[in-house]
Design a protein around this ligand. Structure first.
Ligand code: FES
Ligand SMILES: [Fe+2]
Length: 433
């Protein structure tokens, strides 16, 4: 493919402390095509969580990286990911979103596949097909080129030559471990999925998902509401840091004054609940020690696993993925996740926050969606008004969550993949651009 942008996407000047991103990156069709080829066809992409396949024969279907996939567990307990396209003439083999099945039968001509993907039966098998018809396996379901798990998190990659998942995840494994450590019995996806679309470029949601800078202004309504409800919650005492985790992954980690069902009691939950939370916390300390237990229970984290998995571990735990259908349109999927042993009232509290703050009909996400769509509208002016500014905290050695370090981490890696072989340019004053 031709280079989509021979002039470069970034303007970076470490001495001046400036970092700018070309708005063309959000609107250009060539960039969009290059992203599909160089990012979504090559990076490891989140597929699903092991808890979604508890039973033998369990399956879910979902779209990942523009493909329709079947994610399932066969009768022997082995986990698979197949491309959801019949080897006969290509029809979608499994049309349900979720279920339990021994076989998948294609509705078009009736070919039947086992949960292990092998062709089991087909009409006309004995009289119309040569003996040994499928000896080479060409009529079996096609597996994804790569399928690997880290803990309970399953990922796929459409590049057979990709590095192993654990190598790709780099420093993000520490943060996936922290999620797993919420629970003694294992984390689980709570049934019920949020699905929505945003008329904006997907990278705007990457930025927004761990952007501490926007909270006070964009979410003023939500914080006013919480203040009225609880009388205590404000963004003022949020303290924390941002970290580059390698390979474009980054995180912000901070202490925030909201309750966390994992084990951070707040007065709004009532004194009568305090002992229960203290007991959960004590068990965390017994398993992980005081320092790690504090981190697991009290700290909040917004993690990006490049390119499009976000784990928002705040007053609930949301996993979110998104995929661009067009340069200015993305589809978003989000799941709530929690300890499988969680008490009912804590689960209720968790799901309330999943809907109230982060849900597409809640107090925060609609405000975010509105701002992302406003940005996209602003990019109609990109030929003349060319640059986004991502400079906040550029010269700090210890960037805070309200700085933009984590967003720069994403853009540097994105730029390396989109402009291979070209180092991030040292620039030239903006006026000359
Ligand atoms: S397309 Fe599936 S059986 Fe023909
Ligand atoms: Fe937000």
């Amino acid at each position: 493919m031709n280079d989509p942008d021979p002039s470069g996407f970034l303007q970076v000047d470490p001495e001046a402390g400036t970092f700018r991103v070309a708005r063309r990156a959000f609107i250009d069709e060539g960039v969009f095509r290059a992203e599909r080829e160089r990012i979504f066809d090559r990076c490891w992409l989140y597929l699903g969580h092991a808890s979604e396949l508890k039973k033998k024969g369990a399956f879910v279907t979902r779209s990942v990286g523009g493909r329709s996939l079947i994610f399932n567990r066969d009768a022997a307990g082995v986990v698979h990911a197949f491309l959801n396209a019949c080897p006969h003439r290509g029809a979608t083999v499994c049309r349900e979103k979720t279920g339990v099945a021994k076989n998948f039968a294609c509705a078009y001509h009736g070919w039947v596949f086992g949960a292990d993907g092998k062709l089991r039966d087909l009409p006309g098998k004995d009289e119309a097909y040569a003996e040994g018809f499928n000896d080479d396996g060409c009529a079996d379901l096609v597996p994804v080129p790569r399928l690997e798990a880290y803990g309970d998190f399953w990922f796929v990659c459409f590049d057979a030559a990709a590095v192993p998942l654990v190598e790709y995840l780099a420093g993000a494994t520490e943060y996936l471990d922290l999620v797993g450590d919420h629970s003694e019995a294992g984390m689980e996806i709570v049934s019920g999925t949020q699905e929505y679309a945003i008329r904006a470029n997907w990278k705007l949601l990457v930025e927004n998902s761990f952007d501490g800078y926007h909270a006070v202004s964009t979410h003023a309504t939500y914080f006013d509401y919480l203040k009225n409800m609880n009388g205590v919650l404000s963004q003022d005492n949020v303290v924390g840091f941002a970290r580059d985790l390698g390979n474009g992954h980054a995180v912000v980690e901070y202490s925030a004054p909201w309750g966390r069902p994992v084990a951070n009691w707040v007065p709004a939950w009532g004194e009568e609940r305090r002992a229960e939370i203290d007991a959960v916390y004590a068990r965390l300390v017994a398993r992980h020690g005081e320092a790690r237990a504090t981190r697991i229970a009290k700290n909040s984290r917004n993690l990006l696993i490049f390119p499009n998995l976000v784990i928002v571990d705040v007053m609930s735990l949301t996993l979110r993925t998104f995929y661009p259908r067009q340069p200015d349109y993305m589809e978003v999927t989000a799941w709530a996740c929690g300890p499988s042993e969680e008490k009912d009232w804590l689960r209720k509290n968790r799901l309330h926050s999943f809907l109230e703050f982060l849900g597409p009909g809640g107090f925060a996400t609609p405000d975010d969606v509105e701002m992302l769509e406003q940005c996209q509208r602003g990019y109609a002016n990109a030929r003349e008004a060319k640059w986004n500014d991502i400079s906040r905290g550029m010269k700090k050695t210890e960037p805070a969550t309200v700085d933009e370090h984590q967003i720069r981490v994403f853009w540097r890696h994105w730029n390396e993949l989109l402009s291979p072989g070209r180092p991030t340019p040292r620039v030239v004053p903006l006026k000359a651009a």
